[in-house]
Ligand binder design. Sequence first.
Ligand code: ASP
Ligand code: MG
Length: 423
Amino acid sequence: MAAFPRPEFTQMALIVQKYGGTSVGTTERIRNVAGRVARFHAAGDQVVVVVSAMSGETNRLIGLARELSADPEPRELDVIASTGEQVTIGLLAIALKELGCPARSFTGAQVRILTDTAFTKARIVSIDEETIRAELDKGTIVVVAGFQGVDAEGNITTLGRGGSDTSAVALAAALGADECQIYTDVDGVYTTDPRIVPEARRLSTITFEEMLEMASLGSKVLQIRSVEFAGKYKVKLRVLSSFEERGEGTLITYEEDTRMEQAIISGIAFSRDEAKLTVIGVPDRPGIAYQILGPISDANIGVDMIIQNIGHDATTDFSFTVNRNDYAAAMAILREQVKEHIGAREVTGDNRIAKVSIVGVGMLSHVGIASRMFRTLAEEGINIQMISTSEIKISVVIDEKYLELAVRVLHRAFELDQPPQAV
Ligand code: ASP
Ligand code: MG
């Protein structure tokens, strides 16, 4: 019998399975993964397996480079970091052969996952799926190194931290796979992080748009690029646990009306990696926002929330947030820019802030969601420093020390601990 979950697959299917670092963290666990893959293979499925490096390995490798240089060359970083996945593909192929399964490992370059040359954050341009298809047609289990590719000149590239998810989704898209299964150490996508809210529930489905918001807002289950990729190519994507034999995980859906459950809010995401910069007393004239943010983006620093207050005395205050890692660099650029070109009164900042967001397509059809969120935070005396919204999310910036409290009270206020009513 076919290993579960292979719902709806009444006949042979082509499945891409991705196993994250914890799932392949020891040789014992790799043997476990091999067992699961073997069951799909025995059921007649064609299986492509994408693996991450063993947990902690990528950090260790990058750490080695940093022992030798404060600013290692990105090309060499990719040469080093990509070896983590090369080890796991070999180990998994060996484990599969021990179980009597035909298996073959491939690096990103060998299956020609062609990327651009943006070392450490390369984007996939194309995949030569013929090599893989030929192996699958021979009955071979194809084991591909996640996270890595090769550029047109043959340089090894990597796809950014967590990039194995994107490798898997891209392979699923290229092969027209029936499903892309992301195996991880949790059994699906949760309403929020269960380490903070023990009552958090697994969602059986989540829409692609919600998943994209959750990933962008700090939920670490899937790399955001992989979600974008899945949306673009409508890849059937499922998140599941590699530590459980059964369980349907969470299916990412592409149409709102296919949802079996209807909650106003689907989840609460949060991020601690935030920092805020404020320029006080900026002259209130055209071009100022560009003068402030232009140099920031030229330095490749992503800006998230932006707030400009209405000025009273021909000046205004301008705040924005960046990733905490970019805080020092952004501050230096801003001070320089203000001194040289803008002439504001002062530049201040705070890197002890956090962002909490509620996400749900239910917002499209319900009113009063924002006020419920703000009231809930007010009742706990949590000050909101910034607010931003989209059609299906509301984010607030608060003092980092209230983050866990905020997540807990919002989870309760939106009844996320209760199973949603069927509609
Ligand atoms: N090994 C890489 C990382 O740790 C890629 C991945 O695991 O998805 O970021
Ligand atoms: Mg990951």
